[in-house]
Design a protein around this ligand. Structure first.
Ligand code: GLU
Length: 206
C-alpha cells in the first residue's frame, strides 16, 4: 500500500506532486507516476524504479497543468513496470489507487464483455474504466466515484481527476487513510499529513 498525492491548484502541479511523492517514499515503492490536466485533457508521465527516474523523464518531457495526481506504486498485481504504473487513465479520467481489489477479475470480465480494452496487468485499472462507464452515462464525477466504489471489494484509498473539469478532484477511502489538505486557493489529497506538510498544516482525515 503506497503513496497518493493530489493537487487542485493555481500553479504548476508537477513540482509539488513530486515533492509530495518524495515524502511518501519511506513507505516503499517500485515505480511512480503523475497525471495532470493539460488544456482540459489528461496527460501523464510514469517511470519504473526510483523517483529520480520520473524526475529525469519530466525534465526531458515536461508536464504542465495546475491540477494533478501522483502515485508511488508497490506492485501486487502485474510486474513493476512503466506500463503498469499508476495513474491509470482513459480519455475521461485519471486515477491513482492504493490497495488490492479482491474482485478485480469479475469486474474486468464484465468490462471486457462490454468492449473495454485494458492496457495494464493491474487490478486497479478497473477503477478507471468503472468511472468512465458512469461518466458516459452522464453521472457527475462525485456520482461516478460513489457508484464505482460500491463495486470494489477492498480496503482502498483513491484519487481521481476528470477531463474538462479543472474545478474538481475526488478522493475516496475505505480502510486505508486519505488526508485532505486545505490551502489558500488550493486543495490537496495525500496518503498522510507528512506528504502535505510542505503545502498546508490544515488537514482533515477523510
Ligand atoms: N494493487 C496495486 C497494484 O498492483 C497496488 C498499488 C499500491 O497500493 O501501490 O498496482
Amino acid at each position: 500500500m503506497c503513496g497518493i498525492i493530489g493537487i487542485l491548484g493555481y500553479r504548476p502541479a508537477v513540482p509539488l506532486l513530486v515533492e509530495g511523492l518524495k515524502r511518501l517514499a519511506y513507505r516503499g515503492y517500485d515505480s511512480a507516476g503523475v497525471a495532470t490536466l493539460v488544456n482540459g485533457h489528461i496527460d501523464r508521465r510514469r517511470a519504473q524504479g526510483k523517483l529520480a527516474n520520473l524526475e529525469a523523464l519530466l525534465a526531458n518531457s515536461p508536464l504542465p497543468g495546475v491540477v494533478g495526481i501522483g502515485h508511488t506504486r508497490w506492485a501486487t498485481h502485474g510486474r513493476p513496470s512503466e506500463s503498469n504504473a499508476h495513474p491509470h487513465v482513459t480519455d475521461r479520467v485519471a486515477i491513482v489507487h492504493n490497495g488490492i481489489i479482491e474482485n478485480f477479475q469479475e469486474l474486468r470480465d464484465e468490462l471486457i464483455a462490454e468492449g473495454t480494452r485494458f492496457e495494464t496487468e493491474t487490478d486497479n485499472e478497473v477503477v478507471a474504466h468503472l468511472l468512465t462507464r458512469e461518466l458516459q452515462h452522464q453521472r457527475t464525477p462525485q456520482q461516478a466515484v460513489d457508484t464505482a466504489r460500491a463495486r470494489l471489494k477492498v480496503a482502498f484509498a483513491l484519487a481521481a481527476i476528470f477531463a474538462g473539469r479543472p474545478d474538481i478532484m475526488v478522493g475516496a477511502r475505505r480502510g486505508a487513510a486519505l488526508a485532505v489538505g486545505f490551502g489558500t486557493g488550493e486543495m490537496y489529497l495525500g496518503s498522510d499529513a507528512l506528504a502535505l506538510a510542505p503545502f498546508t498544516q490544515r488537514i482533515a482525515y477523510l
